[in-house]
Design a protein. Structure first.
Length: 222
């Protein structure tokens, strides 16, 4: 993949471990993994449904609605104060272990950005709490479009915001639907397949696949 001038990273599940909320989940349940998994699955489902219906709410509202559904689905009793603390956990998600050093290494070589479903406030908080802010040139939210991935308009934001041709942008995500969406749009795509999961069978494949983000410099020839 020659001539990569910019890299746009998905945030949730790629840079930030969404299941680091399990520490907060332990306050309300003896099975924090079940709550975290249900919460994440419903969060993504709500983004797709709202995009299809044309009924946008920002990612904070979507995340809260998904949490409330998950608590009901799992029959977990939680006070409003506890719901608030669970939501606050999304503002300080832990980055995956290799992320800081990877971004630090890539920063001098090309422009780096986040391209995410997250609302601007959520992304700003996560970037600052994780210490990743110095390595990012742009933090791009779908909020300006009022829709969600994998709408092609979202991926179009990357090169337009970063000021480079689309064919010089490499998009990195750990989410299979996101990989397929970006590739269908026409970006170069790197799939960070940490779980060794199968790719969604939608007719598009990533240009390269890695298991950890610190494999990206070699994979992209940087």
């Amino acid at each position: 993949m020659p001539d990569v001038r910019a890299i746009a990273f998905d945030a949730y599940g790629t840079l930030f471990d969404v299941h680091s909320v399990m520490a907060a989940c332990r306050e309300v349940t003896a099975d924090p993994e079940a709550l975290s998994l249900q919460w994440r699955a419903k969060q993504l489902e709500y983004t797709w449904l709202r995009a299809l219906m044309g009924r946008y709410e920002d990612f904070w509202e979507v995340t809260q609605a998904a949490l409330r559904f998950s608590l009901r689905r799992l029959a977990i009793e939680a006070s409003e104060a506890q719901v608030g603390r669970l939501m606050e956990a999304y503002l300080s998600l832990s980055p995956f272990p290799e992320v800081p050093e990877t971004l630090k290494a890539l920063h001098p070589r090309c422009a780096l950005a986040i391209l995410s479903n997250g609302s601007p406030r959520m992304l700003q908080a996560a970037v600052e709490s994780s210490g990743l802010k110095p390595y990012l040139h742009h933090v791009i939210s779908v909020d300006s479009l009022r829709t969600y991935k994998p709408n092609p308009a979202v991926y179009d934001l990357a090169h337009k915001t970063m000021g480079v041709p689309a064919n010089t942008v490499a998009f990195v995500s750990s989410n299979s639907f996101d990989v397929v969406g970006a590739k269908a749009f026409g970006l170069r795509v790197c799939w960070c397949n940490r779980a060794g999961a199968p790719l969604d069978a939608l007719g598009f494949a990533p240009d390269v696949t890695v298991r950890r983000l610190d494999e990206i410099p070699k994979a992209l020839g940087l």
